[in-house]
Design a protein around this ligand. Structure first.
Ligand SMILES: Nc1ncnc2c1ncn2[C@@H]1O[C@H](COP(=O)(O)OP(=O)(O)OP(=O)(O)O)[C@@H](O)[C@H]1O
Ligand code: NI
Length: 452
């Protein structure tokens, strides 16, 4: 299905327009909501197509542009990696996909096309909802519908498993409750929303899946035991009755995966699922995730700051910097035809791409401020970039590197060679401070070395 009949950038009647009303700060920054050009329309293979998604936090320090016009696709049966340094907007992007951004944050623009034929049919006549073939723009459906998709359609696993479990309810009951939610949704997909209306964010995140014994049948408890076994928890029949505090970190992480899988989601979002664990357990959990993904043909968004993990696990990758996706494409293309000096820096900082234990070394310089008032409309990486040129003082549009590999990059180097004669003057950045200038030795080391 293509763009026939798909409305343009006008978020008509959507919450995004409602949300932007009455807040003048929203008008700041580059393109106003809805004006940016989508990089494409959802294709049949895309489970998710994200277009120009922007999320901001309205804090006392000012407006923070945590996610800035992010676009990418998540295909069926693939693992998409999202990588970038701390503070680059990975988690906020993930939260935005599932509508879990909390105040003072808000999605201010963009489209999240989700493939669900039933949902598309259900909303085909709803004027305020954007539908394109089997895809529905979740940004335009009512909030309770989005909420009802959490569990049966989307699941999220976080770095800290305690955030997903209520400490005073047994692990088994909490998983069984997730099974029940899925069962109710499946029994009557058309009424998913009414039946799961109370299944809200607060409960999901803070209290776990607040079950009541009335909710969890023997059948769903059996299924919980089965799931715990599947994620490699020994003696699941016994452990099912234990409380989260009785589980080790690694075991609880496995239990959280079991809980996420209980809903049989189409899309699993894993935000640094192993960062808190020791190296051996990390590898086990990642293998488990990969196995389950392949078995179920699920689509996974895997967030990490570890490029080694990306190399090991992912089919395609998005590299984020300062809230933007600066380079994306198939793993091979991004790793082998790297264009962006930031990606190059990330790659150059791991000694062995095949070693999943390799950790990112910091690139010289700091992640820039994401406070709107302090952001110039230019390449945000320029002040750390060994190849910054005068042209980088303008914001680079996304350029195609290799269309077949879906490889795009936001960098002027996509279109031209680096020319030292055009090097950005050192004094542009105020002559020092803590920003690494273009001639900074350490910054130069982040260059992958094609000109050394
Ligand atoms: N609740 C909040 N209020 C204000 N700013 C926030 C909030 N949550 C996130 N941010 C800001 O949004 C930006 C992106 O943060 P995000 O957590 O997405 O980064 P990340 O790439 O996931 O980093 P990490 O690797 O450390 O998890 C940061 O500048 C962060 O300070
Ligand atoms: Ni994060």
């Amino acid at each position: 299905m293509s763009d026939a009949g798909r409305p343009g950038g006008d978020p008509a009647g959507s919450e995004s327009s409602a949300a932007t009303d009455g807040d003048a700060a929203d008008g700041l920054g580059a393109a106003p909501p809805g004006e940016a050009t989508p990089t494409g329309v959802p294709s049949a293979d895309d489970v998710l197509s994200v277009r120009d998604l922007s999320t901001r936090f309205f804090t006392e320090e000012g407006q923070i542009n945590a996610v800035e016009s992010v676009s990418f696709d998540l295909r069926e049966d693939e693992i998409l990696g999202v990588v970038g340094e701390s503070g680059s907007g990975k988690s906020v992007t993930a939260l935005s996909l599932v509508d879990l951004v909390e105040s003072p944050g808000r999605i201010t623009a963009g489209e999240v096309w989700y493939r669900d034929g039933d949902l598309a049919e259900e909303f085909s006549d709803a004027e305020a909802v954007r539908v394109d073939g089997d895809h529905v723009d979740l940004r335009t459906v009512p909030a309770n519908v989005r909420r009802s998709l959490r569990g049966p359609s989307f699941s999220v696993i976080f770095q800290d498993p305690m955030s997903s479990f209520n400490p005073s309810i047994t692990v088994g009951e909490q998983i069984a409750e997730a099974v029940e939610v899925q069962r109710r949704a499946r029994a009557n997909p058309r009424s998913t929303r009414s039946r799961t209306q109370g299944y809200g964010l607060g409960k999901y995140l803070l209290d776990g899946l607040v079950p009541g014994r009335d909710y969890t049948s023997e059948e769903s408890m059996d299924r919980a035991v089965e799931l715990l076994g599947q994620v490699g928890i020994p003696d699941p029949e016994e452990r099912v009755d234990e409380y989260p505090g009785q589980f080790s970190g690694g075991m609880l992480q496995r239990a959280m995966i079991a809980q996420a899988l209980a809903g049989e989601p189409d899309v699993l979002i894993a935000d640094e699922p192993t960062t808190a664990l020791d190296v051996t357990i990390q590898a086990q959990i990642l293998n488990l995730l990969k196995e389950i993904q392949a078995e179920r043909g699920m689509s996974v968004v895997l967030i990490t700051h570890d490029l080694g993990v990306i190399a090991e696990m992912c089919d395609r990758v998005c590299v984020m910097y300062a809230g933007e996706v600066v380079e994306r494409g198939t793993l091979d293309s991004v790793f082998e035809e790297t264009v962006h000096p930031y990606t190059r820096g990330l790659l150059g900082s791991i000694p062995d791409v095949d070693d999943p234990r390799a950790r990112l070394e910091p690139i010289a310089g700091n992640v820039p401020s994401l406070v709107d008032a302090e952001m110039d409309d230019r390449c945000y990486f320029a002040d750390r970039c060994p190849k910054a040129m005068d042209a980088c003082l303008e914001k680079p549009a996304e350029a195609t590197v290799d269309a077949a590999a879906d490889h795009g990059v936001k960098c002027v180097l996509a279109a031209r060679e680096y020319d030292p004669a055009d090097a950005l003057r050192d004094d542009y950045f105020g002559g020092g401070g803590d920003a690494a200038g273009p001639d900074d030795g350490a910054a130069a080391a982040t260059d992958g070395g094609d000109d050394e």
